[in-house]
Design a protein. Sequence first.
Length: 341
Amino acid sequence: MATSTDGRRTVTIAEIAALAGVSVPTVSKVLNGRADVAAATRARVETILEEHSYRRRRGRGSGDPSLIDLVFHHIDNAWAQEVIKGVEDAAAARRVGVVLSELGGVHRPPQDLIDDILARRPLGVLLVLSTLDATQRHQLESRSIPFVVVDTFGEPPAGVPTVGSNNWNGGLIATRHLLALGHRRIGVIAGPPDVLCSRARVDGYRSALAEAGVDADPDLVRWGDFHVTGGYEHGLRLLQRADRPTAIFAGSDYQCLGVMRAVRELGLSIPEDVSVVGYDDIPLAQWLGPSLTTVRQPLRDMAATATQMVLSLAAGERPANLRIDLATELVVRESTAPAPA
């Protein structure tokens, strides 16, 4: 039997089986993510589970491992390694293991990964720059597997727990710093325009310009991909302009690495000719030459907070806040200086 969120009785597995015209073991197989169920049968059972708002009563077998699933859209950089380290440290403190999956750059898990998660019956799922469709959300909810989104890809549906950082403030303080140094033509190379944190950082950039009475030039706003190549290509285009910017704010430290290469190839110097500001404060940032001024995003703290939240949800606790944004701060190093005369 399952119970609704307000404690009222809902349908049993036997009733689900009768409605779907299948056996109770077949419904159990679907609930447990077993592969030996025909696709059409699985879809029919899932539809009835959703129609009747089925929720499996929270509880685990004595032989079930204590695991959480960590689902990344991409893990080939130091940004991801910081998040993984934060999750692993927080999980280890609770004697919980971590299963890591990568989506190869896409933002929604394929159904076979969801099926694997259902079969594992983890304590919960962490989704980094990833999202679930409505059917996938219900599949986890109906099995009482809580999930938390870290650094949301887009605006999450109401009631979905999320942990991130104040991206708008990050864009604001980076641009304010450059304005205080006398820069007025400030380029920005953001991440993808369909990613929420990218748009928030650009909104902060624009707010700082408006606050200083500086007209925002739309030609100085470029949408990249958070990777080195995007920073390099957009950096070249910005710096080859006759009215090139005297400063560039990049939406990630990796994009800033690309900008720094573009500056060198054009025979310019940092910060004498061009000031650059990154975002994230990955460990490499302080070892670059010149060392990188950047916005510190508390990646390990975000990951640890999300881990603690999903484990609290698994224990049946309701967090006071379902949406947590941690503070960002500017770290000033050698890559920024007063605007050239």
